[in-house]
Design a binder for this molecule. Structure first.
Ligand SMILES: [Zn+2]
Length: 556
């Protein structure tokens, strides 16, 4: 007897991502698996009295998006904070902040996000004095899109106890003004956390990034609030057609909350979490924490099976690590967060435990150090299928390009990050790296042509989470000057970097990332035909239905 489908999606342009059967116009689903993919006439045969039929209206149907690099707790928390995306100039900033302050009179700390480094003007950096003029008597923290820099007013600096400055460790800085007091600019998480701790979630949403550790003294009420925040975030994630997310900061606190959500109402999105290794943690943590958490959280819906590290910071704050000096600051290359020896020992130990590693590396100096570590692991342990990755790779030295293929290192990149993309300004970024390095910046095409595997994502909340917007950015990326190589991938490659490749990097290519019989029913139905759309209008095509694990997680 023929199995009856729980769902049939018909009248669709199905892009299966399966090379053996790339296109179809209908899909049948039974339980949490795909039953069949093919022509409507064939798929209709699985229809029974209880089958729900979804008419895709001629829209594209894809495997659900896999957001390969994001921060779920931080992104979720920011959904209720002020977004300054697109705000430009002091007057506009003042207006936005004042309206937000009036809306939340009870908040101890007002947090605004997505403030561009040049929000005031191209040559004036924000200080506490600007913010004091806007809000003299309430604490205000303004955060850059990359989350590596923030600016606080005097009330906030006083509240955080850092108005007079403080040593916050290598790679972090409370910038001091000429008057001997903090200027208001805060670089990296150790500098920002004394203030963000006064936010709605007590700064807990940043701990996975900042310390990798867990919050202390959390009341049951606070934890319940945090779970609600994450649930809202997960619903938002599902509404964008995402069925798998790979979180890039980790803490047991987050894992246990996600596990509780899974056990109570079910996760609407598959979640992959890392163990976040900081430079002050002992190597033995890889065994006692990372490997132990892998055993504890190991289902297809929630897993913790890799190690995340930061090798450097970001270019705009001078914390990214380059091989040669910053173009605007001779004598400064940035300072890595791990020594080469220290990182090598981590890469070797993680590899020995079968734990893939993902490292944030923005400058070409940091990228090289990470590649060196992966090479050291191969030398020490022999070559295995490790699927180690490098996150961001904003600049790569030409000598290191072939090493991605040689070492089997995955390039994890964000089409919303190149200057000029997603409404980002081109300055100061392009002047900081200097014209000589432009050909090797955000070099997706170059890396793929050299044989690197690539995954795309937004790094939410660094960029807006919407995959269709990110795909549009990938397909419309312009050149910073004539003669530079077009770094765009084809639409098919871009869609694969958002679906199939993400499943592969998770070692789950045998059951997700493609629409084929027996695979998990993770599917997004889009409102239009992505192949026929003008690249500049791709983001106008919206998710209509998201299905994860055979369950509808979003319906427009
Ligand atoms: Zn990130």
């Amino acid at each position: 007897m023929q199995t009856e489908a729980s769902f049939i999606i018909r009248n669709a342009r199905v892009l299966t991502m399966d090379a053996a059967n790339p296109r179809a116009n209908a899909v049948a689903i039974a339980g949490n698996r795909i039953l069949a993919v093919g022509p409507e006439a064939e798929i209709d045969a699985f229809s029974g009295p209880d089958t729900h039929v979804i008419d895709a209206g001629g829209g594209t149907v894809l495997p659900g998006f896999n957001e390969a690099h994001m921060h779920i707790f931080g992104g979720s928390a920011e959904l209720s904070e002020l977004s300054l995306a697109g705000v430009k100039g002091f007057d506009a900033l003042e207006k936005a902040v004042k309206a937000y302050a009036a809306e939340y009179p009870e908040r101890r700390l007002l947090i605004a996000q997505q403030a561009d480094y040049t929000i005031l003007s191209d040559d004036e950096r924000m200080t506490r004095h600007h913010l004091d003029r806007i809000l003299p008597d309430r604490a205000l923290l303004i955060v850059a899109p990359d989350h590596h820099t923030a600016w606080a007013n005097t009330t906030a600096l006083t509240m955080g106890g850092i108005l007079e400055g403080r040593d916050v460790g290598v790679g972090n800085e409370i910038v001091m003004g000429e008057d001997g007091l903090a200027s208001g600019e805060l670089r990296e998480s150790n500098a920002i956390r004394p203030i963000s701790a006064f936010g709605e979630t007590g700064g807990r949403e940043m701990l996975g990034v900042g310390t990798g550790g867990d919050p202390e003294h959390v009341t049951a009420e606070e934890r319940a609030g945090d779970i609600e925040v994450i649930k809202r975030g997960l619903a938002y994630v599902a509404s964008l057609g995402i069925t798998s997310l790979q979180n890039m900061d980790g803490s047991l606190y987050q894992l246990e909350m996600l596990d509780e959500i899974e056990r109570t109402v079910g996760l609407p999105v598959r979640v992959r979490m890392p163990f976040h290794m900081k430079n002050f943690m002992p190597l033995s943590d890889l065994e006692t924490k990372a490997a132990a958490w892998r055993e504890r959280f190991n289902t297809d819906r929630l897993r913790c099976d890799f190690v995340k590290l930061f090798m450097d910071g970001v270019t705009e704050s001078g914390t990214a690590v380059f091989i040669d000096d910053y173009a605007h600051q001779p004598g400064w290359k940035g300072e890595p967060l791990f020594s080469q020896d220290h990182f090598d020992s981590i890469a070797i130990a993680a590899d020995r435990l079968g734990l893939p590693v993902a490292v944030h590396a923005i400058g070409d100096g940091a990228v090289r150090m990470v590649l060196n570590g992966y090479e050291a692991a191969i030398k020490a342990n022999g070559k295995r299928d490790s699927r180690n990755r490098i996150e961001h790779i904003e600049v790569v030295h030409p000598d290191d390009i072939p090493r991605f293929k040689e070492l089997g290192t995955v390039a994890s990149m964000q089409p919303t990050h190149p200057p000029g993309s997603a409404d980002l300004p081109v300055e100061p970024y392009l002047s900081y790296i200097g014209e000589d390095r432009w050909p090797h910046a955000f070099a997706w095409r170059t890396l793929v042509d050299a044989g690197a595997e690539i995954v795309f994502a937004t790094d939410w909340p660094v960029s807006p989470l919407d995959p269709m917007h990110c795909i549009e950015c990938a397909m419309t990326r312009g050149l910073w000057k004539e003669g530079l190589k077009d770094q765009r991938l084809s639409l098919a490659e871009t869609l694969a970097a958002y679906t199939k490749n993400g499943a592969w990097v998770e070692f789950m290519e045998d059951r997700k990332g493609m629409l084929k019989p027996g695979y998990l029913a993770d599917i997004v139905v889009l409102s239009g035909n992505v192949e026929a759309a003008d690249h500049a209008n791709l983001a106008a095509i919206r998710p209509v239905t998201t299905m994860c694990d055979g369950r509808i997680t979003y319906q427009a």
